[in-house]
Design a protein around this ligand. Sequence first.
Ligand code: PLP
Ligand code: COI
Length: 341
Amino acid sequence: MEKKNLDWSNLGFGYRQTDYRYVANWKNGAWSEGELTTDATITMTECAGVLQYSQSCFEGLKAYTTEKGQIVVFRPDLNASRMADSCRRLEMPVYPEDKFVEAVKAVVRANAAYVPPYGSGATLYLRPFMFGSGPVIGVSPAPEYQFRIFATPVGPYFKGGAKPLTIRVSDFDRAAPNGTGHIKAGLNYAMSLHAIVDAHNQGFNENMYLDPKTRTKVEETGGANFLFVTKDGKVVTPKSPSILPSITRRSLMVVAKEYLGLEVEEREVYFDEVKDFAECGLCGTAAVISPVGKIVDHGKEICFPSGMDEMGPVTKKLYDALTGIQMGRIEAPEGWIQVIE
Ligand code: PLP
Ligand code: COI
């Protein structure tokens, strides 16, 4: 297979149309036989549930070329089960989890020419998504749905790669108590657009959202969970019912404990304690683990001792171990890496 002629090392995190995507339709209570198609467009009724009431959810995962030249995907079964949770919460039909994983693999296989080469720093980002495609006018779940997966080659989510970020404490909330913060609903991201545009306009890379009820506890950013490192080297991550259960974060906690022998803690994290941490990172499929150098709370700065030039030492170890596992340099825990045959 000949690779596409792309400038792999200079890709940004953007959409680039690839050759094949997967489509399945839900109608009369059943999913159609899904298939690959070259058609990147969607035609639907003006009254579709997604267009009227934002009934949609999505996932994000990546395919990599390992050191040995195999193409692999990272823990797609967890994306399948998280999407099933999203669908149940949004009154959408679940796409069977085993078929989800097979569809992911089919899309990667069909677009193998777009999987960036080993060492380029780029990856093939996969975007499974589902939306209400049938008409609704009264507020109710749509009668028909479409499930799709497309692939797009991407570089780092944050420009500058491993350069520490500056984030601010947001006055906006991304999730309501007992709302949809724990699922990957498109509407959560629509809600965050004003906050992110405003943050960028003010010179910040991202928003730190606090818990919507008391505004005293750290939740997450618009697209990644937090990891903190204490001064004595413990890895701490916030626990909350309104944050997205990041697959990267769950994996990093295992890596920290099992591979690096670090103490790990998932617990409520009060904003007041953040100033006492030694390191801070944002973790997610797109972000991998991006170091945070500074958090600004209404003019008050918290500067982490790791500084604004490079990742803190523990963050770096976590980054190296996770990407080592993903790229096949370090042996992965059972089931984490699925090879595309
Ligand atoms: N939090 C939010 C709000 C996200 O959108 C994402 C991205 O998927 C994450 C966290 C990270 O999750 P994951 O590691 O599963 O990509
Ligand atoms: C991801 O990390 O896959 C995300 O979905 C984050 C963002 C691009 C929405």
